[in-house]
Design a protein around this ligand. Structure first.
Ligand code: TRP
Length: 336
């Protein structure tokens, strides 16, 4: 049987953090042996809310590539590509835009949320939202279908966007005949990572994130301020690990002393400061290999460029093949 394709994407608009790692990066690393994996650097999508700040996008394209490489995306197994270099995606977006109503896009909860968060760009009530931003789920359908993406591992916030892709695919196939692969969502074990402050979501703009590239001083400062059980005031008060962010992160990165941490906290034989210091050490054990690889790629930008050029070339071949199929189904393959 032919291997299925995985397609995932990251917007290059900033550094990646633990939320990205557990929600989106870790699953794709594990899956790259079993599937053909395409990792798309979504610069066109990033421009939908950074159109007035193009440097932010262009400067982050290589950063996101390095983030992926340093956590274990292997360029011999996976294809890393730059979205704007695949014009077929833009072409598909135009055709798909006939299959989506504006009302449906406004109802997409992820889009709605983002419009609310970006009042500086789109106005207090979203009255200034652009056609491009509102339509990014349509272009994301282009990202996925241009590579016959069958599985899409992403965090929880992207489920409604993927649902919209599925609707577009079904509509396309019902009108023009069976042409596109309908993708499925692949939810990671930890689809959403809480912030250091206990917020349900870790986010760059929320100021509660540990970045994959944070140096030890930074990690240390952040963890020392993390929220613990508010009932545990003195060092020997028994604590409740279930409401403690420090324990929450121990669960993610501490593979060796987790049970001990939990028991001692409950018994009141472990102070929060000690517990935080141990977490800092475990967090650095987790981040160090990633940061060493990052440094290697930062010191060898020509290798990163080569990987992006090669990946994009392979991706172009695949997208061309899909485009041919699409045009044939839509009966706009005039001189064939
Ligand atoms: N919308 C995704 C995000 O904000 C990024 C993305 C772009 C994506 N194209 C994609 C994710 C295709 C999955 C598949 O994180």
């Amino acid at each position: 049987m032919e291997k299925k394709n995985i397609l995932t994407g990251d917007r290059p608009s900033g550094k990646l953090h633990l939320g990205h790692y557990f929600g989106a990066l870790k699953p794709r690393i594990e899956l790259q042996d079993k599937y053909n994996t395409y990792v798309l650097i979504a610069d066109v999508q990033a421009l939908t809310d950074n159109f007035n700040n193009p440097e932010r996008v262009s400067q982050n394209v290589r950063e996101v590539a390095i983030d992926n490489l340093s956590v274990g995306i292997d360029p011999n197994k996976s294809v890393i590509l730059i979205q704007s270099m695949i014009p077929e995606i833009a072409e598909l977006t135009v055709y798909y835009s006939n299959l989506v109503t504006i009302a449906r896009l406004y109802r997409n909860p992820t889009v709605k949320n983002e419009i609310n968060q970006k009042q500086h760009l789109f106005g207090n009530k979203g009255e200034g939202v652009t056609y491009g931003f509102l339509g990014y789920p349509v272009s994301q359908a282009g990202d996925i279908t241009a590579f016959d993406g069958a599985l899409v591992p992403v965090g929880e916030d992207q489920i409604p966007v993927l649902e919209q892709t599925r609707e577009i695919v079904r509509k396309f196939n019902s009108i023009y005949g069976d042409t596109l692969v309908e993708p499925e969502h692949l939810l990671s074990e930890n689809p959403r990572i809480k912030g250091l402050d206990g917020n349900e979501k870790m986010g760059k703009s929320l100021g509660n994130a540990i970045f994959l590239s944070d140096p030890e001083e930074e990690v240390s400062k952040k963890i020392m301020k993390a929220v613990t059980d508010p009932q545990k005031i003195k060092k020997d008060d028994p604590g409740n690990p279930d409401v403690c962010m420090v324990y929450y992160y121990h669960k993610l990165v501490n593979k060796t002393t987790l049970e001990k941490v939990c028991e001692e906290c409950k018994k009141g034989t472990r102070g929060c400061v000690q517990c935080k210091q141990e977490l800092i050490a475990k967090m650095m054990e987790f981040l160090k290999p990633i940061q060493e690889k990052r440094k290697y790629y930062e010191d060898h930008p020509e290798i990163v460029d080569e990987i992006l050029i090669e990946g994009t070339k392979k991706a172009q071949l695949k997208a061309k093949e899909v485009m041919k199929r699409v045009k044939k189904s839509m009966k706009i393959n005039y001189f064939e």
